[in-house]
Structure formats: C-alpha cells, structure tokens
Design a binder for this molecule. Sequence first.
Ligand code: CA
Length: 551
Amino acid sequence: MLMRYATHHMEEKIMKIERPFRGYCLLFAAVLCFTNASTCCAEQAKNPFDKTVRVAAHLEPAIPHSAQEKAARDKLATLKAKTGRAPNILIIVVDDMGWGDIGVNGGGVAVGAPTPHIDSLARGGLNLTSTYAQSTCTPTRAALMTGRFPARTGLTRPLMAGEQMKVNPWADEEPAAKLLSAAGYKTAISGKWHVGEPEGTRPHEVGYDEYLGILAVNSEITQAIDERLYPDLVLRPERLAALRKLVLPVVTAGEKGKPTRTVMEFKTIDQVGNSDQMFADYSVDFIKRSATEKKPFYLVHAFSKVHNDNYPATGYKGKSPAGFPYKDAIVEVDDIVGRLMKTLKETNQAENTLVFFTSDNGANEDTWPDGGYNPWRGGKGTTWEGGVRVPGIAYWPGMIAPRPASDGLFDLMDLFNTSLAIAGETNRVSDKRYIDGVDQSGFLLADEGESARQCVFMYSEKELTAVRWMEYKVHTKVYQSAGPMKNLDESVLSKAVWPWVYNLYMDPKEQRSTGHRYFEWGLTAVVSMLNDHAGTYAKYPMKSLGLELPK
Ligand code: CA
C-alpha cells in the first residue's frame, strides 16, 4: 500500500516534468513498480492489453476463442464416435536440435542435412514457428510432462551424472503420463529421460507404464568411452572407476511395479552411435503392439541424438551432404521420424494419433561443430531466442488440416494441457498444483485456430529473465558471453538497467534493443503481466530439490 501511494505520488510529480523526459520517468515508475511487485500492483485494474481469462486459481489464464474451442470439441467427438476410443498421442522430442535444423525452417538441405520426413509433417499439418522450450534438457522435459515451470517442480537445471536430489521431485507431481495411465491409456517413454536417475524417480516409477532408454544424457555415456575426446578420464582407470560408482553407461528398461532392468552396457562408440536405432525399434514395437490392444497410447519418443557427442549409426557415416557427424545424426533422426510415421500408417493408427515434433532446447553452440543451427541470437543455456525457440510441428491427418505456418505462441508446457484435453481427461488435473501450460487443442484442431497463449515467460533456474509477448521480446535479465558461441561455458547473467526490448519481426537476431525508444507504449502492459505471473507463486510456491549450487 505504501508502495502504491509512493508510485502514484511519483506519477503526479512526473506529469509536471517537461514532455521529452516524462516518458522516461514514467517508465522508471513502472520498473520500480515491477521490482516491488507484491506490494504495488496486486490491486491494480487489469491492463487493457490483457486478453486472457483466468478460469481457476491453479490454471494459467488463457485467451478464450469460443468458436475454435467448439470446433475442436466437435471434431474430437466425431472422431471418437468413428473409432470408439480416445486418440493416441505421440510426442517426438529431439535433444538439442536447433530451430533451423529442419528444412521448413530454412535449414535442411540448405545446411547440409535434408529433413524430408519432418518437413512433410509440417506441410501436412501445422508448423508452429514460435514454439518455446526451457533453455536446457532437464527443465524442458519436466515442464513438458507436468505443464509446470521448473521453478515449481524444482527441476531447474540439467541433472549431472549420478546426481542425487535431496527431495524426490516426482513425489508430489502428476505428469500427463500418470494421469493418462489412470484414465486407461497405455503410457510409455522411449529414449532419453534425464529427469531423475535414482530409484523412485525413473519413468516406470512416476507414471509411465513402461520404458526403455537412458536415464540421463548422451554425453554422460560418451565421456566414459571416447578416449579421443576424454583421455583425461578414459585413460585414467581410477577416475573411471570412481565415475562408475556414480553412474553406469547403460540402457535400462522398466514396467510399472517392477524393478529396473539393465538391457545393455555401452562399451564402444559404435554402440552409442546405434542407440537411437534401439529406441526406434522399441517405439515401433510399442506402436505395433498398441494397434492390437483396446487402450489408446501416450508415447514420448525422446531421441538421444543430436545431443553431443554424435557418432553415426550403422550406414549413416558421411550420409549427409555436410558429412559431419552432427549432420549425419540429423539425417538419421529424420529417417526415424519417417519410420514412426510409416508404422502409424501401416497399423491404421495415423488418423487417430496426434503427433507433435519438437526439440528440448535450442542449438548448442558451445559444442560446435557437434551442434545445430538457428538463425537467432545465442544458443542452448540462454533465453536469447537461440536457446529457447525450437521446432514445433503438430500433425494429425484428418484432424489438423494442412495449414500455413503459424507464429502463434506455443510453449511446450502446453502439451500437458493439450494432451489431457484431446484425451477428454482434463478433469483429472488437481487444483493442488499450479499449471503453467494452457490448452491449445483449439489452436491446433480448428481450421484457422489461434493461440490461446498470451505470453511465454522465460527463466534461468528460478530467476525470470525474459518474456515473449506478440512479436516483442522483453529481457529483464540478460545473458552476456565472454566469446562467440560460448553460451553455457563462458557467460554471465546480469540484471538489465532498463528492460532490453526487441521487435522480433524487425530484429529477429535481438541485436538492437529499442526499449524506451519504440516500446514505451507496451512496457506497462508487460510489467503488469510479469506482476501477475510473479503473483502466482504466493499460493503455489517454488520447490527446492537441493540443486542450487553452494554460494
Ligand atoms: Ca537438450
């Protein structure tokens, strides 16, 4: 209340200031208000730019589109009447693939690795050019599965080799797989997990009916094998023995209620290169098995590639025009996507399956040339566009009409809400947890559907750094690196003196902030949205798993 009075009093004074300086001072008042969010703005009227409606305290406000929501419901009802069952959901997540790696986003053949199968999904469905992930692996996977920001689940940064957490993040989380399994779906994940290695945090222990894959990440395996890249570890038996006590380089599998099984131990680079073929075989088999069962399925196919270190699978060495291992891996990923789609078609399930193709974060520039391509600024690990803007394609023959690409905002957390909506099971979402995702089924299914999402908020661990609103990107904290393409290994995060603002239509590479010069009109609205977002943590606080680095 005191803060509100102080700000109001300041505004009165500002209005008496000479016109050229007045806006600058009002902006200062707005930023001051933002930094005192809890005391200042809670009682203010809704900002006139805000199109959202909050239907429940635990649900993120969304932009209502009643006609397209009805169109989606009608389409789903018609399909269910025809098939007699709920639709299948297949979410394909590539690891570290850049926004620009796929042909329809300006990459593909133009950057030495054609992606015809992925491109055909986009041409036969809906390419979402403004799809956003978190900036690294673990946070995105947790957010995609739970619909909740990493700050809320506690999975705020990549888990490291064999890392123990003080608290099991999954003890009080309900991922979509768990809710859908309870609703009669058969749920599975194939490939990379990376949201918990210890017992009690593995896929078949937190909601998935079955899984086969690696519990962590590709580089955790390759560092224990490739003596050319890691001689200081691989050629030092005592270090290797110590690492093996933390984690073993293995493929494991599990079924709900049963212990984890070791399927294979990685001993050679060739085995690592072929791991995605093993995961593809598993998914193909799962899709085939599902066709003979009465249950619908929810399958997350999570590639181990194209995260470093990439080694070619059998038959893929030099197969891409570029000839580099990363590009060969892109060609292999594209071929596997083709295999999955062929299997859906051959088992007569394509028309009853929503397919969503994406990547868990932007291109990793730090690992170049074993890293991807994007036309944006920055890369994995930052909330510049290069770190968080990822491929996003929705494909569902007969349900999603082939459409021109859309720049409507889509956050991968929306897959939680959208999956439950498509399954007709939104009533299973508990009000005990805040859900940051929004239901985008109307956006995807209606012929001219628009996004229900107003903003995309971006974080570094538990610190909000930036927000995308319309074509604008506003940074309150900024990443600055010590050298080119050094986003993870040599960068710092600093508080912006004034918000750094970019018009992404005019300046997609975020090179020239024009915040107070051209965006004075929008800043009050953005500050209001940031305040509303910050306010959600009062009732639904952040969770700590003990992952914070010692200070
Ligand atoms: Ca990743």
